[in-house]
Each structure stands twice: as C-alpha cells, then as structure tokens.
Write a protein that binds this ligand. Structure first.
Ligand code: SF4
Ligand code: SF4
Length: 329
C-alpha cells in the first residue's frame, strides 16, 4: 500500500532505534503461496480453533511511530473506523465458534467513536476482552466508562499498553517526543484503579530478553506499577519486524528443523476483522500483522476465513516463526 503517513510535530524525527539490519529482501522471495524461491513446498498453518478474534478499530492514531507495522498516524484512515453494527455480526459468529477472547487493536482503539459500545457488547456477551492502547489522551477520555466496565467485568477486561522500551530515550526515539510521560501516567492510572494490565515492549537489536525484563521490572517498581515484568503474559516482548529486509522463507521441513509446530503460530488460533477504506463492509484477514496484502484476505465471514494460511510474507518468517511472537494475552 502507499504510505500516507504525515509527519506531525509529534512524529519521531530520526530513524527508528528498532531498525532491522539486513540486506534488502530479494524480489523472488515470498512471491508464490505454494512454493518458495528455491522451489520447496511453503509451510502452511491451519486454523485449529478461533481462540481470539481481533477487531481492527481503524488505523487513525494520535501517534505516528517510526516503524508502526500498520502505518498508523493522525491522518491515515486506510482502515476506517469499524462500526458497532459491523462488529456485532462478527461477535455473533464468534459466539457460535466458542471464541474465548476478542482483541481490539488499531491505530488507537479509543479514537473510534464506537469503541465503548463494542467493548461493552463484547464483555456483556461473555467474551474476554484485550485492548491494545497507548494509554494516552484518547483512553483517558473514557475513564468513567472504563471504571464501570472494570467494576462489572473485573479481570475479563485487560488493557495492554505499548511501552516500546524501558528507557524514555528509546521509547521516544520510536514514538516521538512527549510520548513517554503520558503513557506512564496512563499506565499508573490503570494500575492504581486495579485494572488487569499488561505491557507490550520491544527488544533493541542485540538486547537480551532477561536483561530487558530486569530493566522493565526496575522501571515498574520505580513508577509504582503493579505489573510482573517476569511474567511473559504481562510483559510481552516483541521481536523485530521489517517486510523489506531479507529473511529465510519457511518450508514444510522447517517445522522439524526448528523444533516448532504450526500450533505455535498466531494464525493457528486467531483472525482479524478489518474495514478497508472504499470497501462496503469489513473483511477477515489471517492475522493482525498483514491487513493490506490481498493474499492474506480470507473472506467476508469467519467461516470463509477458516482455511489454511500459506506463510507467504516476511512477517511470517521473521516475526512469527523465527522470532516466536504471539499476540494474545
Ligand atoms: S501507537 Fe501503535 S498504532 Fe499508533 S502509530 Fe504507534 S504503533 Fe502504530
Ligand atoms: S504473520 Fe500472520 S499469517 Fe504469517 S505466520 Fe504470522 S500470524 Fe500467520
């Protein structure tokens, strides 16, 4: 897709501190869903069950992070706001599939005018809800409604806040100036009010996971945040992503070689609903990471989208199989 990011005064000024260092991706890679550039059978992931359904609330965001995988910004509405009416159709279908969790991601979900009705419907229907947010002003506008939902539904509502790094300098290098304190204050508000919270962070090139968890633990203690940095579900650390940089393709033989299984991969248990600008209704895509590639658009309904997913994108290799990332709580 064409990049429509607008540089606002809050956008980061320099290159991302999380930039991937690798040669450019050769054009012949990830070009055929059935076979790799070397002619080997490409790995696929079946849908075992729909454990988590993600609703993409739209790409508009109050930030314009340097390497936002979905290219969100205050002006990019390539994915328009999902409406509560459209969401209701997918919630009803997910209910029939015994889906456990509904995830909300954006952009910044709390910018969507239907966010609270969608979140309320999700919890009222008995699903668990996981909301990915930057915990800044758009979320803070809804404090009263969030407190009421927490009161009624307790830990069935989890908010996962992006704090890209344990240092302010790196976080703001990625997310822009003046993005650190509002996120910390938002997290503190959630923590002080007893919400189920998690943090999503990232590792710098060469930074070890254990060392990063220790630094986050020290930060959480200093800021008085009730988050266990040693619990991988409460501090999720994501590997690097860059669709333009070279990476190995994943073949059917890779599962055995790497000691991994399709069951370890997100699209084995999840799907995402997106509403693209110019389309009359939302569609279902394989996962949260690839909203625009037509090869990962699986249909109009969850039933249609229950097919196998060929791992035909650099994110499949770098992020999911080799990086071992999982998105759910
Ligand atoms: S806050 Fe999230 S959605 Fe918004 S620009 Fe940053 S990474 Fe993208
Ligand atoms: S990037 Fe998406 S489609 Fe590819 S392996 Fe990961 S979850 Fe599956």
């Amino acid at each position: 897709m064409t990049k429509t990011r607008t540089i606002s005064r809050n956008a980061p000024q320099g290159p991302s501190p999380f930039a991937v260092e690798a040669a450019p991706l050769p054009r012949e890679k990830f070009s055929d869903p059935r076979i790799t550039a070397k002619g080997e059978p490409r790995a696929q992931v079946p849908l075992a069950r729909l454990e988590t359904l993600w609703l993409n609330t739209g790409t508009l965001c109050n930030l314009a992070c340097a390497t936002c995988y979905i290219e969100s910004s205050p002006t990019n509405d390539a994915l328009v706001y999902l409406s509560a009416d459209h969401a209701a159709r997918f919630l009803a279908e997910a209910k029939g599939l015994e889906t456990r969790e509904i995830g909300f991601t954006g952009g910044e979900p709390f910018m969507n005018p239907d966010m609270l009705p969608m979140l309320t419907a999700t919890l009222e229907q008995g699903f668990e809800a996981l909301v990915l947010t930057n915990a800044m002003k758009p979320m803070r506008r809804h404090e009263e409604a969030l407190l009421a939902l927490r009161e009624r539904h307790g830990d069935r509502l989890t908010l996962r806040v992006s704090l890209d790094h344990h240092s302010r300098e790196v976080h703001e290098g990625e997310r822009g100036p003046r993005s650190w304190m509002p996120a910390i204050e938002g997290l503190r508000w959630l923590s002080d009010h007893g919400f189920s919270i998690a943090v999503a962070g990232r590792l710098l090139p060469g930074e070890g996971e254990r060392e990063a968890r220790e630094c986050y633990a020290a930060l959480f203690e200093k800021e008085g945040l009730a988050i266990d940095a040693r619990d991988p579900a409460r501090l999720v650390l994501f590997p690097e992503m860059d669709a333009d940089k070279d990476i190995a393709e994943i073949t059917t033989a890779c599962w055995g070689i790497l000691g991994k299984s399709p069951a370890d991969i997100m699209c084995n248990t999840s799907r995402m609903v997106v509403h693209r600008k110019g389309e009359a209704a939302p569609r279902v895509v394989a996962c949260t990471l690839i909203p625009y590639d037509p090869g990962f658009d699986l249909g109009e309904t969850l039933a249609e989208a229950s097919c196998d997913v060929p791992l035909n994108h650099p994110h499949c290799a770098r992020f999911c199989v080799l990086g071992g990332a999982s998105c759910s709580a």
